[in-house]
Design a protein around this ligand. Structure first.
Ligand SMILES: O=C[C@H](O)[C@H](O)[C@H](O)COP(=O)(O)O
Length: 236
């Protein structure tokens, strides 16, 4: 593993362990996010050996819960959660988030919205003052496949975004989400008002969900290069 990759992995682990220790207690109903950071949170939950009910946010997260031997539920059986722990691609000064780098934004947002608290775990590279400081891949937008071209045209004409259909790596054609949709990455130079932009994008017919999570997270844990964890929180 390269030095930087190793530093990032250590930072993800530190943040995840601290977030679980601070926020997860026996008997809780817990939303389990998706991505490369959340696996450390699941490792920590497993290590603690406390009884929990877990609701996943993706196929990947379902597999993590099963592999850890934790109790797996869903929103039909467990519609109200105590806390969701999840990663993020970028966190701004108000704890607004860009999520969906792994195309899981739709289920992640539904699970987060069903939780009393959303706690973010991340390495130092996700900690920004405004969107675009660190994350250059744009806003992930989940769309119904037949609508992707008109949605891309509207994103460009109405909002000056530079939309790109996300393509699969080991498959010909586009990424297909866990919900059988496509993902457009809408690249931007700056976003003045993330809440307003999120609402307007959501209004475009064919858009299922955006990776902009506005006023949802109440605390973020960022693992640092020096082995400490920086905590940022906000009153919602
Ligand atoms: O779609 C993926 C999710 O929103 C992830 O939580 C996000 O991309 C962060 O992933 P990672 O922990 O791998 O940086």
């Amino acid at each position: 593993m390269s030095d930087i990759k190793e530093t990032l992995e250590k930072a993800k682990k530190l943040a995840s362990y601290k977030a679980v220790d601070d926020n997860v207690r026996a008997g809780m109903k817990v939303g389990i996010g998706s991505g490369s950071t959340i696996k450390y949170a699941v490792d920590r939950i497993k290590e603690l050996g406390i009884p929990l009910t877990c609701v996943p946010t993706s196929f990947q997260s379902t597999q993590l819960i099963i592999a850890a031997g934790l109790e797996l539920s869903d929103l039909s059986r467990t519609p109200e959660l105590d806390v969701t722990i999840d990663g993020a691609d970028e966190v701004d000064a108000q704890l607004n988030l860009i999520k969906g780098g792994g195309a899981c934004q739709l289920q992640e947002k539904i699970v987060a919205a069903s939780s009393k608290k959303l706690i973010i775990v991340a390495d130092f590279s996700k900690d920004s003052s405004q969107f675009g400081d660190n994350w250059k891949k744009g806003i992930p937008i989940e769309v119904v496949p037949m609508a992707y071209v008109p949605v891309m045209i509207k994103l460009e004409r109405s909002f000056g975004l530079k939309p790109v259909l996300r393509m699969a790596v080991n498959k010909a054609g586009p990424v297909v989400t866990d919900n059988a949709n496509f993902v457009i990455d809408a690249q931007f130079t700056s976003i003045d008002n993330p809440a307003d932009l999120a609402t307007k994008i959501k209004m475009i017919p064919g858009v299922v969900e955006t990776g902009l999570f506005i006023n949802m997270a109440e605390k973020a844990y960022f693992g640092q290069k020096d082995g400490t964890v920086k905590e940022r929180s906000i009153k919602l």
